[in-house]
Design a protein around this ligand. Structure first.
Ligand code: F6R
Length: 606
């Protein structure tokens, strides 16, 4: 993952690099570093831990260059430590890197034979020495062309040179990289968000391209070193609030924001007057699409899994769902009449992007569902459906998950109506249900006292299981994922009907088990499975919705009842208690909720 930033200016750059690094911490936060060039000397400050620590360390040192690079790290090669933190320097260059150099071990051995000495365990240090080696016999541009050719794997790079007082080299293969234009200064960043406080004029590097950034000029080159032109794009000026407000954590703020984000998103797509869903400029005719492939990672993948149930029930489309990291290495049979849909909050997830890229190379129809509309995935799609939920800062995805489900559901309704699977009356009723969703989410959120008490049991247990059937199965997976990532607990999501085929052996006296059993067509089946785990000693937390009917099951430990809603929309409500369960379990354990260990918000390595 990692985030990189670079500034070349006629003013000091340190504090602005630090500010940009703070914005990039969503990409990694296990170590941080900065290097600036002052009178021909590269000065570096690095630390293990967050940018705040780097900032404190810097305040004790003079590091005042007018050109510099900075980095936040998510460790791949070499544990998080000051030594392994970037930048990595040789006697002549300093490098920041996002990605993985797959042939670094071979390159390192070759360079060691030539006398290069390495200090860190990282793959990145190899780049610094490789550049140094090529510079001995080549000019700077040819050096970059040759070095990039030698490197296998993915990277976004920022490089400064001891004898180039005004030059930053940026290069990209796989990992995203943006370049920004300012007055008498120019910038490099992992994304435009990191540069937004300095400029709204940016260009993006495409795969294989590199650039030479000086304070008054930027030149772009293709893989072979031929000069190319780049479009300058204007970013929207509104730098939305990234403030926690009165909330203790971004995650709790983002959970509570869901009624608003859902309302905003519904308003973007629903035409209330004509009672229809508007998807403007959809580039394909409905009969051109016979099947769908939905691709994502983690939580985004779970939203795809739920959508499969909706599309299968409400459309004629054949639907397949794939985890992006698997999709990209499978032998796929591409179909011209298939729409490939890539779901990603950040729009920068390396596996999802790579999967998209394969489809693009095979000239397939590509649609993406993203939160960040300036992202690589959005830019490279034929068509983009934004989820309109505003910045999501907490590492655990919450409001974006609901946003992804919502957009997938609205796409499904539109296709369903256009394919004449549902008539106007049903279509209008389903739209009316959607318009009520925000209020029902708001009511469902009022469960804190109860869930806080329940969370204590989870936090003190060795592990737990989450069970559901139908679209409650992906919700079970999502609930388990949230508990794993925030409370660092083993939690297993399972289809309720599958327990007897093995996992039932895990159930022991007092083990907390969450059963998601809303009053849908599978309710009774799930309740039977619930009984099976209760009989084996499980402490069941049942998540269901309000109903006049009694719950025909005994010995349920706790029940959380969400609001009543049409069956299709139940996943939006049953998710809420699970988000809160993970939040309060992590709070109980005193863990870092917004930045859980070992993770990052945007996963830009494969
Ligand atoms: C879990 C979580 C991750 C992301 C996954 C994909 O809470 O946030 O599983 O969903 O890394 O990220 P995006 O949606 O940015 O592609």
């Amino acid at each position: 993952m990692c985030g990189i930033v670079g500034i070349t200016s006629n003013k000091q750059v340190t504090s602005r690099i630090i500010n940009s690094l703070k914005k990039l911490e969503y990409r990694g936060y296990d170590s941080a570093g900065i290097a600036t060039l002052e009178e021909g000397i590269i000065k570096e400050v690095k630390c293990e831990g967050r940018v705040d620590i780097l900032e404190k360390n810097i305040s004790k040192i003079n590091i005042n260059g007018e050109i510099g690079i900075g980095h936040v790290r998510w460790a791949t090669h070499g544990k998080p430590s000051t030594l392994n933190a970037h930048p990595h320097s040789s006697e002549v260059v300093s490098v920041v890197h996002n990605g993985i150099i797959e042939n670094s071990t071979i390159l390192k051995k070759l360079l060691e034979k030539k006398g290069h000495q390495f200090k860190s365990q990282t793959d990145t240090e190899v780049i610094a020495h490789l550049v140094t080696d090529y510079l001995k016999k080549n000019n700077l541009k040819n050096t970059i062309v040759k070095v990039l050719k030698k490197l296998h794997g993915s990277f976004a790079l920022g490089i400064i040179f001891k004898d180039q007082p005004d030059l930053i080299v940026g290069a990209r293969r796989g990992s995203p990289l943006a370049v920004g234009y300012g007055p008498n200064e120019n910038y490099l960043g992992s994304d435009s968000y990191a540069l937004k406080s300095m400029t709204n004029k940016v260009s993006y590097l495409n795969d294989g391209e590199f650039c030479l950034i000086k304070k008054d000029n930027i030149d772009f080159f293709d893989t072979k070193g031929n000069k190319i032109n780049k479009k300058i794009l204007n970013l929207s000026k509104n730098d939305q609030s990234y403030d926690k407000g009165d909330y203790k954590h971004f995650m709790s703020k983002e959970i509570e924001e869901q009624p608003t984000t859902i309302k905003n998103c519904v308003n973007e797509y629903v035409d209330k007057v004509n009672q229809k869903i508007n998807i403007y400029n959809f580039p394909w005719k409905i009969n051109e699409i016979k099947s769908l492939v939905l691709v994502g990672c983690g939580t985004a993948y779970h939203s795809c899994m739920i959508a499969k149930y909706w599309f299968e029930k409400n459309s004629l489309l054949e639907v397949n769902v794939d985890i992006a990291s698997e999709f990209r290495y499978r032998k796929l049979k591409f179909k011209k009449d298939c729409l490939y849909v890539f779901v990603s909050q950040s729009g920068e997830t390396a596996d999802t992007y790579a999967a998209l890229d394969i489809c693009k190379k095979n000239k397939m129809k590509i649609c993406s569902i993203v939160n960040v509309v300036e992202s690589s995935i959005a830019r490279d799609s034929d068509f983009v459906l934004p989820i309109h939920c505003g910045p999501e800062i907490g590492v655990a995805s919450t409001k974006a998950f609901l946003g992804q489900m919502l957009v997938l559901y609205m796409l499904c309704l539109k296709i369903s109506f256009d394919q004449k699977i549902i008539n106007k009356k049903v279509y209008v009723q389903k739209i009316k249900n959607l318009l009520l969703l925000s209020k029902l989410i708001k009511k469902t959120l009022l469960i804190d006292n109860k869930i806080q008490i329940i969370s204590k049991t989870f936090a003190n247990s060795r592990g737990s299981m989450f069970l559901g059937r139908g679209y409650s199965f992906p919700i079970a997976l999502e609930g388990a994922l949230k508990l794993k990532e925030l409370a660092y607990m083993h939690a297993e999501g399972y289809p309720a009907g599958e327990m007897k085929h093995g996992p039932l052996a895990l159930i022991e006296e007092g083990m907390p088990v969450v059963v998601i059993a809303p009053r849908d067509e599978l309710y009774k089946k799930t309740v039977s499975n619930m009984q099976e785990v209760i009989s084996r000693g499980a402490k069941v937390l049942l998540i269901t919705n309000k109903s006049k009917d009694e719950i025909f099951s005994e010995n349920i430990w706790e029940t959380i009842t969400v609001e009543n809603v049409s069956n299709d929309l139940l996943p939006f409500l049953t998710t809420i208690p699970l988000q809160k369960l993970a939040y309060y379990s992590a709070l109980e354990k005193g863990y870092d909720i917004d930045k859980p260990r070992n993770l990052a918000k945007s996963v830009t390595v494969e």
